[in-house]
Design a binder for this molecule. Structure first.
Ligand SMILES: [Zn+2]
Length: 235
C-alpha cells in the first residue's frame, strides 16, 4: 500500500484546513494543527554530517556546515511542531550517528539515518545541507530530488519555489535530480535542501545569522505543507 493511500484522510484534513486558511487569511502554519495532531503525521528532518564529519566550511568565517545544518534543522523542528506535526530528527545533536569514528563510519552514519527514516514512516524527509563550489560567484538555495520519483520532484519544486520567494535569495535556483543515498533509501517523498553556498561570501554572511536561518526554515516548512495539501488533491 503506498504512502498516499495510507495517509489520504489525514492529508485531506490538512488540505481542508489549508483551504480554510487561504479563505480566511489565517497563518499557514496554525490551521493544519488540529488535523496533523490527530493523525500524528510525521516529518523527518535530517541534519547532514555531524561529529568528525563537519561537511564543508565557510571560507570567511570558518563555520562548519554540520553546525549550520543543525541550527536550521532545529528551527524547522519548531515550525513543524507548531503546525501540529510529529517531528523526528535523525541527528538532534552535534554528534554523528556512527558510534566510534573508526573505518566505515560514514557508511554506518548513513545507514543509521535510513533506519530512522524507515522506522518513523514519515510523510516527508527533509535533509538539510550547505553547498560549496570552486567558483565563488555561485550562490543561492538549491533543492535536490530523486530522478524518476515524482513525489520527490513535486516536493522539491514546492520548497524551491518558497526559497526563491525569499528576497535575500538573489540567485533563484532550479530543482535538480541527484543520486544521493538519503533520496534513494526509501520510497518516501524526500529532498536535499542545499540552503546556500559557503564558498560565496554573500551567502555565507547570511547563513551564519539566526535571522536568515529562521527565514530558510519558514520557507522550507511552507513548501512542505503546500506539497502535502496539493497531494491530498483539494488545492
Ligand atoms: Zn552536506
Amino acid at each position: 500500500m503506498n504512502f498516499f493511500f495510507r495517509h489520504r484522510t489525514a492529508l485531506g484534513l490538512i488540505s481542508l484546513a489549508l483551504a480554510a486558511a487561504a479563505t480566511f487569511c489565517f497563518c499557514l502554519c496554525s490551521l493544519p494543527q488540529a488535523a496533523a495532531k490527530s493523525f500524528q503525521l510525521t516529518i523527518v528532518i535530517d541534519a547532514g554530517h555531524g561529529g568528525v564529519d563537519g561537511g564543508v566550511t565557510g571560507t570567511v568565517t570558518g563555520e562548519k556546515e554540520s553546525d549550520i545544518n543543525l541550527a536550521v534543522s532545529r528551527m524547522l523542528r519548531t515550525k513543524f511542531e507548531e503546525a501540529g506535526f510529529c517531528v523526528v530528527e535523525t541527528r538532534p545533536t552535534q554528534s554523528g550517528l556512527y558510534g566510534l569514528a573508526t573505518a566505515g563510519f560514514k557508511k554506518r552514519d548513513m545507514n543509521r539515518r535510513a533506519e530512522i527514516i524507515k522506522k518513523s514512516a514519515p510523510c516527508a524527509v527533509i535533509s538539510v545541507h550547505q553547498n560549496f563550489f570552486s567558483r565563488t560567484d555561485r550562490r543561492g538555495a538549491q533543492v535536490f530530488y530523486r530522478a524518476g520519483f515524482e513525489p520527490s520532484r513535486l516536493l522539491a519544486g514546492r520548497i524551491q519555489s518558497c526559497l526563491n520567494g525569499m528576497p535575500e535569495c538573489v540567485k533563484k535556483g532550479q530543482i535538480l535530480a541527484g543520486d544521493y543515498f538519503i533520496l534513494n533509501c526509501s520510497d518516501i517523498p524526500s529532498v536535499i535542501v542545499e540552503c546556500g553556498f559557503l564558498s560565496n561570501p554573500a551567502d555565507e554572511a547570511l547563513l551564519v545569522t539566526d535571522a536568515y536561518r529562521e527565514k530558510l526554515a519558514a520557507a522550507i516548512a511552507e513548501g512542505v505543507i503546500s506539497f502535502l495539501a496539493a497531494d491530498a488533491g483539494t488545492e
